[in-house]
Write a protein that binds this ligand. Structure first.
Ligand code: ACO
Length: 374
């Protein structure tokens, strides 16, 4: 039996801060190949999907593994309770908080049972754009707009946001962004969704947790900071000096570097193609491309041994600006895109469920006693 002097047992099992390099699951949903700059959903390269597919088709692919050519997913109407919950929030609320609140209210009123199903995944993915658009209007003192069932998710979101149909080019560009953002392996928010699901909790709780994880600035990305960075640089002629100064101050260039990718992020390549097709951002894009070339050159000089390449956020900034979204909606728009990936992982988790419960190494004081207790 342990006595007062028994120290904690020595625990020399391997520990990786942040679980870096640890395999914490198996998946058939996506391959993120950081060394070769490849992202593959169920076997199909992201660039090919973006050029030939729609978000509805990609979402079905992620959920079921099947390519459904006629897939259509429209935004879902919001219940009175969900709208009331959004109206109850302060207008200054973070749009991610509003999205999480709407999903939470939906979960409370529908009680989606465990195990999660593809139907539940479709329902939650279709609800989210309506909820975000409704909040964006309510905070401006405007009424929410009912969804148009003939429109796909991206076009339907823009319609409910602006009250008029977006032109084909913008709707297509946002749909492409949704495809690019749909899935990315065991990132923090997806892992959160799987941990919650593994306790046999419901899909709404898993998605609320995932939204909470994505809200953090280390995960939710930096596209609005890319916008500020390019505004500050202003012209291609200023780029070299601006970048030299920033790097000399030890600052990071927004839209460059990635934890997994050591090659050019394939999502950035896909979105650059989309941005090049958008006439309304031609000038912005000229600046972005010129700054990118100089930044890549300067980063290679600064860190010759660590490849620092363009990441997805760089061209996300261009596309979402071209679509006409305000920068404070960028992170929550990312959440709309990631909904398909989160829910696909929820379904995969329930199919071979095991409670996720790692160990922790205790490094606190040895056993001791309160004064007078022994
Ligand atoms: N600009 C300048 N230097 C950089 C950059 C950058 N964008 N990114 C990394 N480095 C340098 C670091 O300063 C560090 O240098 P040091 O070893 O001399 O100290 C080295 O590269 C390694 O940096 P880490 O922080 O260990 O790299 P990590 O892989 O953890 O970082 C991250 C990845 C957070 C994305 C980083 O590259 C970064 O901060 N980029 C800028 C912000 C950004 O674009 N975020 C969006 C990422 S994509 C997404 O979230 C979907």
């Amino acid at each position: 039996m342990a006595d007062a002097t028994t120290p904690a047992p020595v625990d020399d099992r391997p520990y990786s801060p942040g679980l870096e390099g640890v395999i914490a699951g198996e998946t058939t949903i996506a391959l993120v190949d950081g060394n070769n700059g490849r992202l593959i959903y169920r076997g199909y390269p992201i660039g090919e999907l973006v050029r030939n597919g729609t978000y509805a088709q990609v979402a079905e692919l992620l959920w079921t593994g099947e390519w459904v050519a006629q897939a259509h997913l429209a935004c879902a109407p919001l219940s009175d309770r969900v709208i009331a919950s959004l109206r109850n929030l302060p207008a200054s609320s973070h749009p991610m908080d509003a999205l999480r609140t709407a999903i939470s209210t939906w979960g409370a009123e529908t009680s989606p049972p465990w195990p999660a199903t593809v139907e539940q995944a479709r329902a939650i993915t279709a609800l989210a754009p309506s909820a975000l658009a409704a909040f964006a209007r309510i905070r401006q003192g405007l009424d929410p707009i009912a969804p148009d069932p003939s429109l796909g998710l991206a076009a339907g979101f823009l319609y409910q946001l602006n009250g008029s149909r977006a032109d084909e080019g913008r709707a297509r560009a946002l749909d492409a962004y949704f495809m690019v953002g749909a899935e990315h392996g065991f990132n923090a928010s997806t892992f959160t969704a799987r941990v919650i699901t593994a306790t046999r909790s419901d899909i709404a709780s898993a998605v609320c947790g995932a939204i909470g994880a994505l809200k953090g600035p280390l995960h939710g990305g930096a596209p609005s900071e890319v916008v500020s960075q390019l505004h500050e640089i202003g012209t291609p002629e200023n780029a070299a000096a601006w970048i030299d100064d920033a790097l000399a101050r030890g600052e990071r260039l927004m839209g460059f570097g990635h934890r997994v990718y050591r090659a050019y992020d394939p999502r950035a390549a896909a979105l650059r193609e989309v941005a090049e097709g958008m006439g309304n951002i031609a000038e912005w894009l000229r600046l972005a491309v010129a700054v990118e070339d100089i930044a890549l050159q300067k980063l290679a000089e600064k860190s010759p041994d660590r490849p620092l390449k363009t990441n997805v956020e760089y061209y996300t900034a261009a596309v979402l600006q071209g679509v006409g979204l305000p920068p404070d909606l960028f992170p929550s728009t990312f959440a709309l895109a990631r909904m398909a990936g989160w829910t696909a992982h929820v379904i995969e988790q329930v199919a071979a469920n095991r409670l996720i419960r790692p160990d922790v190494r205790y490094i606190g004081p040895s056993e001791r006693h309160l004064p007078g207790a022994v």
